[in-house]
Ligand binder design. Structure first.
Ligand SMILES: [Cu+2]
Length: 216
């Protein structure tokens, strides 16, 4: 066997070894070679990642028919997110569950430009150097329904002592911690409906997106 033929045979053997490895891994992971080929084809095509996810046989979807009105029910919590920290490194603050010995020193920002309105709050360092940055929000803060849906929203006062909530064109009400207030309406027009808390502006502002019926 001359040198050229030997090299050709080596290349062929390497190719067989790679194919065997791919085949073996497919058996181990339970993925058919056809699926692998599809995955490679999709990831190499111009379509995005969601296309390859959409064709995955293991993914199941609940079919959405835009023209069919349904009842949609959501539970919306009042939430404040707190960034607790300390101006001293490695010092436990009185409200920081995550504090550990390696916690770095963090000073409150000087001349912070926090918007007015109650939605944000900085609590200055206390006796042990702990300080906090708070931001109010609704959870969820984005809801999608179809035109014609009957929408029921349960607002739950969880964090924050007191809120004054408006669901645009539907209702304005007070919401105390521990209270649940329910509103219902038919989303008869496509577009957006905001729900806001007047006590915690400008960030406790959220949106219901009403998708239009498809033209038939
Ligand atoms: Cu509020």
């Amino acid at each position: 066997m001359n040198h050229k033929k030997l090299k050709s045979k080596q290349t062929w053997l390497i190719a067989v070894a790679i194919m065997a490895a791919v085949s073996a891994s497919s058996v181990v992971t339970g993925i058919s070679s056809q699926t692998l080929q599809n995955t490679f084809a999709e990831s190499n095509s111009a379509t995005n990642v969601s296309a390859s996810i959409a064709t995955n046989a293991s993914t199941t979807y609940k079919t959405v028919t835009p023209n069919q009105s349904t009842n949609k029910e959501f539970w919306i919590n009042t939430v404040h997110l707190d960034g607790n920290t300390n101006i001293h490194p490695g010092v436990k603050c009185d409200t920081c569950p995550q504090n550990g010995p390696l916690h770095p020193a963090e000073q409150p920002p000087v001349n912070s430009t926090i918007p007015q309105g109650g939605g944000f709050r900085i609590t200055e360092p206390n006796a042990v150097g702990a300080w906090d940055f708070r931001s109010f929000t609704f959870s969820p803060d984005q809801i999608v329904v179809n035109q014609g849906d009957k929408v029921t929203l349960h607002f739950i006062g969880v964090q924050g002592a007191h809120h004054v909530v408006t669901v645009e064109g539907v209702d304005t009400f007070q919401l105390m911690r521990g209270q649940i207030h329910t509103v219902s309406f038919v989303a008869d027009k496509p577009g957006t409906i905001t729900y806001i808390c007047h006590v915690h502006l400008p960030n406790m502002v959220s949106q219901i997106l009403v998708l239009p019926k498809a033209s038939s």
